[in-house]
Ligand binder design. Structure first.
Ligand code: FE2
Length: 409
């Protein structure tokens, strides 16, 4: 029976690959292609791509070097308002951990590769964190390419991706096109795999910047299935890593429902050794004033609502963004310097114009800061995490080593 199914499937593929439709599609190469996860990164992968017309949201995939039969997954489509683009999204499930797969949008067409996450920390896991990506194409291209060279399991960006939006001005949709064109072309591992991309929302994804609703960030919510309509989410990698993708009061308030959700979800992950919140507006800004300025209320709200939860439930490192500079704080707890405290890293300078902290107004909580385009290369072990700050010249210029207080189960 299995043999019969295989023969029928092979004949089917032969027919469709030689059909006029296949010939018509043979040069199809999506103008945007990015991977993300909505759940279990060891056993799923969400493929997102754009088409310029209605198209079947179908992905053909198979383990690299494995059986030659293609598996198929049908997804769904949604138009990107203000453009001719259709966003296609398909979640592949039932995958094997730490395994390379290839996929395409029609047999015989261009193939792409990805790798699923490991199920545990028996081998080190490496990822990259940054934010504030696209002011100038050359900076974004260079940093995307550099990120890929480090062969990360994924990249997480804490908001301000394409700078398509700017306060109340009309959204510049062509900036999204360029953002994804760069990501697809440049963010490749040395063996050519695509790098999964996780994001949280920033002010440049939102008409009106902050204190808005998801309706004011429709492009962000259409383009990215994660963190999803709730606006914030947690992604668990086995029992060893949980990423909290949070909304710093852009489309969901810091206080209230989001904080209640955060409390519950941190409490249920007490035994996870590596917990990282990632969000846009810093609790401890390196350039903007600690309490004043246009985001002072949000920084204060994060310090009041989220920081005590981070402290209570074992977070040791937080990724913040938005200030366009490098930042490493002193260890902070109870809003004071404390060796048992949390290190806040930031401040969002992937590919943007840089800001310089005012030397006449030093912040009491800053250990190191300055105008440096950079990202963080994070390596996780069962007993520790090791974080390197990498600048655009490919130099390591800062380092954080933190033992974990408990081991992965
Ligand atoms: Fe920002």
């Amino acid at each position: 029976m299995a043999m019969l199914v295989q023969v029928v499937w092979s004949l089917f593929l032969l027919v469709i690959m030689t059909s006029p439709l296949a010939a018509q599609n043979s040069t199809f190469d999506p103008p945007a292609l990015y991977l993300t996860w909505q759940r279990d990164p060891a056993r799923t992968m969400t493929v997102c791509w754009h088409t310029l017309d209605e198209a079947n949201p179908q992905v053909f995939y198979r383990p690299l070097g494995g059986p030659t039969n293609w598996l198929t997954q049908l997804g769904y489509s949604r138009p990107l308002a203000g453009t001719v683009r259709i966003v296609q999204i398909a979640e592949l499930t039932g995958l094997q951990p730490a395994t390379d797969y290839e996929f395409c949008f029609w047999p015989g067409e261009r193939r792409f590769k990805f790798r699923t996450a490991p199920a545990d920390l028996s081998r080190p896991v490496r990822f990259i964190s940054g934010g504030d990506v696209y002011h100038e194409r050359k900076w974004m291209d260079a940093m995307n390419e550099l990120a890929g060279k480090f062969d990360p399991l994924f990249v997480v960006i804490g908001g301000d991706l394409a700078y398509a939006g700017d306060k109340d001005k009309p959204e510049k949709m062509e900036r999204w096109d360029t953002y994804f064109e760069s990501w697809k072309a440049k963010a490749r591992t040395p063996d050519g795999r695509l790098v999964p991309l996780l994001v949280s929302i920033g002010n440049h994804e939102v008409r009106g910047s902050w204190h808005q609703t998801p309706e004011q960030a429709s492009s962000f919510y259409t383009l990215f299935p994660m963190p999803g309509p709730q606006g914030y989410n947690c992604l668990d990698f086995g029992n060893y890593l949980s990423l909290f993708l949070l909304d710093s009061s852009h489309t969901r308030p810091v206080a209230g429902t989001q904080t209640d959700w955060l409390r519950k979800n941190l409490a249920s992950r007490r035994r996870v050794p590596h917990l990282f919140p990632v969000y846009h507006i810093p609790a401890y800004p390196s350039v903007r004033p600690e309490n004043g300025g246009e985001n002072g209320d949000i920084s204060q709200s994060i310090r009041q609502n989220w920081c005590p939860l981070f402290e209570r439930y074992g977070v040791k490192t937080v990724f913040e963004n938005h200030d366009h500079a490098y930042k490493r704080t002193l260890p902070l707890r109870n809003n004071k310097v404390d060796p048992r405290g949390i290190t806040y890293l930031g401040d969002g300078a992937w590919g943007v114009n840089l800001r310089t902290p005012d030397p006449k107004q030093p912040r009491w909580y800053i250990a190191r800061g300055g105008p440096v385009r950079h990202f963080y290369l994070v390596t996780l072990y069962p007993e520790a995490r090791h974080i390197l700050a990498i600048n655009e010249n490919q130099e390591v210029f800062d380092e954080i080593y933190q033992p974990t207080s408990h081991r992965a189960r």
